[in-house]
Design a protein around this ligand. Structure first.
Ligand code: DGY
Length: 326
């Protein structure tokens, strides 16, 4: 019997390819640049499965172009690139990769926090420049982390992993969340609940860990920046559009906040020119970028995809109702 035809918009990692190739006839996009929309729509025409990255919009247009599609398997936990309703209406299963990237992404939020607090990037650029002539008492003085207050917006899996790491720095950790977590979990994480305004007023560092949804788009806007301490820093490893970038730039220009460290942007890979300033650390969406974690994500995405063709439930479905109905 012919294997089901699948399109993968990336070469993936060998462990994931093994899983896919054993069950499916896979066409891989092998260039570093992402496939253009036209290319993707052309390639997907006769495919029953798709392995995609967060750079691909899985919407009605794509689904119309792929009448045989049964599954769109995202190699990411965030799935704001997928129109889940459109998939469900057409009976297409959508899957993601939760869990495997929490610790790695939390590490990266801390990497950014420490980099901005201790001016590592500025120092690196200066050290390379040839302009370093002598040690100086007030050179690149940053701010202490130990003993400060960390505010976590969104205490899910990644937010909790960020909170756990704060213990090593003797920080006070406060959080805000759509739902307050049970008291015993608060105790074990050593976190205290605050409403958003209290969190903004008290935090020295604010780290964002909410998914991008209509209600979180532009969540961090001008009024929020004005409620933050002038000495506070914003860390964002969630999704760019959670922050109103123009408002952030204005707040940095007016010194309403001290700085920011960002991994994600409103219109990736475009970076607002106003963010390219010394008191902002910029990373190109690296939160989960370790070989170990990206391999686990690709393997999970491959496993999700092949499940459908083996007549099994994919382990990480975003819209399980699609299979329950049939
Ligand atoms: C995700 O998984 O949503 C990340 O942004 C990519 O690691």
């Amino acid at each position: 019997m012919a294997k089901p035809k699948v399109y993968a918009t990336h070469e993936l990692f060998p462990d994931a390819r093994k899983i896919l190739d054993a069950t499916c006839d896979v066409e891989y996009w092998s260039q570093q640049e992402r496939p253009s929309r036209d290319e993707l729509l052309r390639r997907i025409k006769d495919k029953e499965g798709l392995v995609c990255l967060l750079t691909e919009k899985i919407n009605d247009e794509l689904l119309r172009a792929a009448p045989k599609l049964r599954i769109a398997s995202n190699v990411a936990v965030g799935y704001d690139n997928i129109d889940v309703d459109a998939c469900s209406k057409r009976g297409v299963v959508a899957t993601n990769t939760p869990g495997v990237l929490d610790e790695t992404t939390a590490d990266f939020a801390w990497t950014l926090l420490m980099a901005i607090a201790r001016r590592v990037v500025e120092g690196d650029q200066f050290a390379r420049s040839g302009n370093w002539k002598s040690w100086n008492l007030d050179q690149f003085c940053g701010t202490d982390i130990g003993g400060k207050t960390l505010g976590i917006v969104g205490l899910g899996r990644i937010g909790s992993a960020v909170a756990r790491r704060a213990a090593g720095f003797q920080m006070k950790v406060i959080y805000t969340n759509t739902k307050r977590i049970p008291a015993d979990v608060e105790k074990s994480l050593n976190v205290e609940y605050r409403d958003m305004n209290q969190l903004l007023a008290e935090s020295d560092f604010i780290s964002l860990h909410v998914p991008l949804r209509p209600e979180t788009r532009g969540l961090f806007d001008s009024p929020k920046f004005h409620r933050m301490k002038r000495t506070a820093y914003l860390i964002n490893t969630s999704r760019g559009p959670v922050v109103d970038e123009a408002a952030l730039v204005a707040s940095l220009e007016s010194k309403t906040i001290a700085g920011a460290a960002l991994d994600v942007y409103e219109n990736e890979p475009f970076i607002h020119p106003g963010l390219k300033r010394p008191n902002v650390v910029l990373a190109p969406h690296l939160g989960s970028a370790t070989v170990e974690t990206r391999t686990k994500m690709a393997v999970m995405a491959a496993t999700n995809l092949v499940s459908i063709f083996k007549g099994q439930m994919p382990p990480h479905m975003i819209n399980p109702q699609v299979l329950k109905k049939s």
